[in-house]
Design a protein around this ligand. Structure first.
Ligand code: ADP
Length: 611
């Protein structure tokens, strides 16, 4: 069997002779599409005026979930649904294309089978008349026996139902050789025979609106009989394509719906997981705003939100830390301020009460007694001097606290500063029957310091030494190099300080229990001033003392307060005996202060106080 060149695929062609039933699928493709005329005359719906874009966006944004978590979930689900939709459509499209391909192969096989059985039938029928045994004669006439055999509807139906499984049309003919090849010419008087498919469809089968046509050429192997042609057209065959596609679509639909449900659950879970750190952050921010300054975002849990959220949480915690510290400082300052005010009031009240008493006594009976009047006036003068001294100290301390005092830092020989302070205190020492000496190195010991302020520190320390040392004792001021800075020690042989009092001696208004025994009355501000000035220099002040064994105040100074390294190098000294006696050095205050405008501070306070 040889195939003719006019093989056609697609819809079955109409029967040229108009004989037999037209194939069911004839002209089916395109039947559903509107004709050009219909398309041209179809009334067009009037175009609606386009709405401004914000008109749409408002309802859309209202329809969106309000929370970030909701929007995140919705976005997940929409992306997933879109992906599933695209995959499903592509799957169906590819499947349909493959099935059509298979269907064509299948139809070709069925057409071959039909041609084979028809050939046997036709050639057997033709052979019944040995005088004219050709199926189609050279002149194009169809053998009568063939005509009779093929015309039997039962035979054709058998072919259509059992072999072709489609609407079947057969055409007999002969060929004419042209320059383009062999041309199929229908036989006479009748060439075409048709039979519709009447068998019941098998499981999953359905009619498919496709057609297939193939022309077969039959040559006599002996070359005696003329060659004849058979055109086999199959249309609207039974196939399983539609049912396969339907079941695949159904499966895709069910699985997509399941996957979508899963996606909703997973996206809700993930969105919740992602937004939980944000919620924690919001809670922490709210708590902070409501005054819970200790509230923080747990760092380990913030990590679940990703790097950005972790960073945000860290920054939030740093900010909260800062806020808490600031508030704590403000609170502490406020408390200190209150205490300070109470102390100041108390300190002022004592001399003022004494003055009032003297004044009343003088106005009453003592005013006439010359000796009593002189005594009261002297006592009043002492109280006034004490008031003045107190005011000076308070002013000094408040200036130091508020940062109004700026150090006049300059490289200077510390020996000169010490010599000057010792010199000034010599009169007082002699009056008290004490020896006051300075032990200085032979070579200059230069540090960057404010000579006037450091002189004040020395005056206060020496004054205390003189005040708390009984007659016959000594006060020594020793200067020595220390790392790259210096160490100044004021050593006395005085009454000493009780171990329990040591940690408090630098507090404002603190006066030790033994201070009344000493001749000086004091106000408890001197050492607070000392500490402030030393810390402004980036240094430290410490005290070692034992009751009855004298006291040693040690001031360590960096070579240059403006470099913190120096401050650290010289500051790391601790009291070897007794309870912790020195306040820890704060970062050098002087580093922040331009050294230029620093000379405005008042004169050094006389720590010996009014005698
Ligand atoms: P005050 O004006 O009372 O001396 P300070 O601040 O200078 O105030 O000193 C606080 C307290 O520390 C003193 O009241 C005293 O008890 C104790 N103190 C200070 N220096 C000495 C010292 N060299 N010897 C013994 N006690 C001292």
């Amino acid at each position: 069997m040889a195939r003719g060149r006019n093989r056609k695929k697609g819809n079955a062609p109409r029967d040229a002779a108009g004989q037999g039933a037209p194939p069911a699928g004839d002209g089916a493709p395109g039947a559903g599409s509107p004709s050009p005329v219909a398309r041209a005359t179809a009334p067009r719906s009037p175009r609606k005026p386009s709405r401004p874009s914000h008109g749409l966006s408002v309802p859309v944004s209202r329809a969106l979930p309000r929370t970030f978590q909701g929007r995140l979930s919705l976005a997940f689900v929409m992306v997933f649904a879109l992906a599933v939709g695209i995959v499903s459509v592509l799957t169906v499209f590819v499947l349909d294309s493959d099935l059509r391909q298979q269907e064509m192969t299948n139809l070709e096989a069925r057409a071959n089978a039909v041609a084979a059985v028809v050939r046997v039938k036709a050639e057997t029928a033709a052979a019944l008349d040995p005088a004219n045994a050709t199926v189609v004669s050279a002149s194009g006439a169809l053998n009568d026996n063939v005509l009779t055999a093929i015309s039997e509807q039962a035979v054709l139906s058998d072919y259509a139902n059992n072999v072709a499984q489609a609407d079947l049309r057969l055409r007999f003919g002969f060929g004419s050789e042209t320059s383009e090849g062999t041309e199929f010419i229908p036989a006479t008087p009748v060439s075409a025979f048709s039979a519709p498919l009447t068998a019941q469809p098998g499981r999953g089968q359905a009619r498919d609106a496709v057609g297939f046509t193939q022309i077969f050429k039959f040559e006599d192997p002996g070359g005696v009989k003329p060659t004849w042609y058979l055109e086999v057209s199959l249309s609207a065959p039974y196939t399983t394509r539609q049912s396969t596609i339907a079941s695949v679509v159904g499966f895709l639909f069910v699985s997509s719906a399941g996957a979508l449900l899963l996606a909703i659950v997973v996206s809700a879970f993930l969105a919740r997981r992602f937004t939980t750190p944000l919620r924690r952050l919001t809670d922490a921010a709210r708590a902070l705003a409501e005054g819970d300054l200790a509230r923080r975002v747990p760092a380990d849990r913030a990590r679940t939100g990703g790097a950005e959220i972790t960073e945000l949480s860290r920054q939030f915690n740093a900010m909260a830390e800062q806020v808490e510290e600031t508030m704590e400082t403000i609170r502490r300052d406020r408390d200190t301020g209150r205490e300070f005010l109470a102390d100041v009031s108390h300190e002022l009240r004592t001399p003022l009460a004494a003055l009032r008493t003297f004044n009343e006594l003088l106005r009453e009976r003592a005013g006439d007694d010359v000796a009593a009047r002189t005594e009261f006036l002297e006592a009043s003068a002492q109280q006034i001097e004490r008031l003045d001294w107190l005011a000076q100290n308070l002013l000094e301390l408040s200036k130091l606290d508020s940062g109004l005092i700026r150090l006049d830092l300059r490289p200077d020989d510390l020996r000169a500063t010490i010599e000057s302070a010792v010199e000034q205190a010599q009169v007082s020492a002699r009056r008290r029957g004490l020896s006051l000496t300075a032990e200085l190195p032979d070579t200059p010991l230069v540090t960057r310091h404010d000579p006037q302020r450091l002189g004040q520190v020395l005056t206060n320390l020496i004054g205390n030494g003189l005040k708390f040392t009984p007659r016959g004792g000594s006060v020594r001021v020793v200067l020595s190099p220390r790392n790259r800075g210096a160490r100044i020690q004021v050593i006395d042989t005085g009454v000493g300080i009780d171990a329990a009092e040591l940690p408090h001696v630098f507090d404002r208004f603190y006066r030790g229990s033994r201070s009344n025994e000493a001749r000086g009355s004091g106000s408890g501000l001197g050492l607070a001033i000392v500490r402030s000035v030393v810390e402004m220099h980036g240094g430290r002040v410490m005290v070692e003392s034992s009751v009855g064994g004298g006291s040693t105040f040690t001031v360590t100074l960096p070579a240059d307060p403006r470099t913190s390294a120096d401050a650290v190098a010289t500051g790391a000294v601790s009291a070897p005996a007794g309870p912790p006696s020195a306040p820890e050095a704060e970062p050098p205050t002087a580093t922040n202060q331009p050294p230029a405008a620093a000379t405005a501070a008042g004169a050094a306070v006389d720590r010996a106080g009014p005698d």
